[in-house]
Write a protein that binds this ligand. Sequence first.
Ligand SMILES: [Zn+2]
Length: 331
Amino acid sequence: MLQKGFSIRPALGIDIGGTKVAYCLGRPDGTLLARHRRPTEPSGDPDQDIARMGADARALLDEAGLAPGDLAGVGVAVPGPLDPARDRVIDPPNMPGWHDVNVVARLRDALPGVPMVLENDANAAALAEARFGAGKGFRSLVYLTMSTGVGGGIVMDGKVRHGRTVSAGEVGHIPLVWEGESCFCGLRGCAEAYLGGRAWARRLAGVAPPDGRVAELAGGREHATPVQVVEAAKEGDAFALAEIERFNRYLAQTLVVLTFVLDPDAIVLGTIVAAAGDELVLDPVRSLVREHAWGRIAEGLELRAASLGEELPYYAGLCVALAASDSSSTS
Ligand SMILES: [Zn+2]
């Protein structure tokens, strides 16, 4: 049953990704009305970039026969860091020239009078997996991106937990090894330094056997990434299997920390884990978590691979808008 004031109006999502900007018009039940994706191609000038995004968003509305006034809201997902209270993007790594930019104010030119919400990409992805993906039906969920870096988002009762400095959910920088491997964030021993694709590639360049299967698949160990490790492990390659085992231990350690801090219903794991599958990663990690967390915490905890895959960018921005419109219409 719809709650009083619950909006069934469509919302618009804009996901500013590393390589593509994804636009999506959809309804709260997940019906997509129109969508579009184009290369990010940053110009170096935020005014120009955002004007183009505004024009793309308007074109999508036109395609669906809608006007800005028909929208319940607009959600914009961007790589962090950001300051949502001031609607500002601080320094997204994929958008040169975007220093402390008020995205919302600039998008208003194209979309006047529509409520807009800004969210970092990992939190937006967490909302999307919680609403339409592997986390559907759970009240509390942690999502980990598991891509080149390890981003995270915490969703409780449909809302993202931001914390005091919008850093809640930065699971990738929990120290797993005190003074351990250096992390790209400047700290040492972070989970990302053991689990992130970029850190793993750096390690492979030094430790992968030069004549081994991983190096062969990658065209040289200096080009190796977790993609080839997963592929070689599926073939039974001993080095790749040992690498996966190492990854699983650090991942399980991270997840045990999360379960004790948050005791969530589900933890949803993205890219690398989704690609590796149950046998290589999820099943061994489930066993490790059961061994290292209290029974009553580990028993009912759902560990799942993310399910939205290539569709994620469309749902990410959309779910930011939908989550905001849910809370404004029910509070
Ligand atoms: Zn770090």
